[in-house]
Design a protein around this ligand. Structure first.
Ligand SMILES: [Zn+2]
Length: 214
């Protein structure tokens, strides 16, 4: 199995697919956001948490240090990079790391989704406050059996407070602006595989498996 870089706008299904890959196929899911929020290096910890609290972007040097350490600790398991690289500078850093650690070339998966579909998904999201299961009122396969109730716990589902159209629009546009060059760069190298993220989840997983198995 080859290592994967996931590039996807918000609500394209990246989180769900990453979960399936780690549960079923033994992938390690490296979300740089989570990694930086859960640092256990005391030197970096206070620095990072104060930067995150003030909403500042972390300098690349810190992101590199944390990410490099983590990847070096993985050894031979396949992994998914989620949230990295987000700029050409970060692409170059990753190139260096691949050389240094003698990693095989990444498969870059771009989950392509149009604005309307992504927004419907984001706005339809509901979560069970008790068990954490995710539902979506706009996706047939993810709808709860009884409206607004968890299938397992039978408690009322809640929506995330940041899932509003306004917030979604900002995140979606920022994402495209930020990663456009990264997508272009991997396309030029012939490493980009575009998957239609409006498709059924299982179809997407099947397609990705075929690509990474080679
Ligand atoms: Zn539940």
């Amino acid at each position: 199995m080859r290592n994967i870089i996931f590039l996807a706008p918000p609500a394209a299904g990246k989180g769900t697919i990453s979960n399936i890959f780690s549960e079923k196929y033994g992938y390690i899911h490296i979300s740089t956001g989570n990694l930086l929020r859960n640092i256990n290096n005391s030197n970096l910890e206070s620095k990072v948490s104060s930067l995150l609290k003030t909403g500042n972007l972390l300098p690349n040097e810190i992101v590199y240090e944390v990410l490099d350490d983590y990847i070096k600790g993985i050894k031979d398991k396949p992994f998914i990079l989620d949230g990295f690289p987000r700029s050409i500078e970060q692409v170059k850093h990753l190139d260096k790391l691949v050389k240094e650690l003698n990693l095989s070339e990444f498969v870059v998966i771009y989950l392509d989704i149009d604005y309307e579909t992504a927004m419907n998904r984001a706005l339809g999201r509901m979560v069970c406050p008790k068990c954490g299961r995710n539902y979506n009122k706009f996706i047939i396969t993810s709808k709860p059996k009884v409206n607004y109730k968890c299938d397992v716990c039978n408690v009322d589902l809640i929506t995330r407070s940041d899932d509003t159209e306004e917030v979604f629009k900002i995140r979606y546009n920022e994402y495209l602006k930020e990663t456009f060059k990264v997508i272009q760069c991997y396309q030029d190298r012939g490493l980009l595989h575009t998957i239609n993220a409006a498709e059924d989840l299982q179809d997407m997983v099947d397609k990705i498996i075929k690509i990474v198995e080679v």
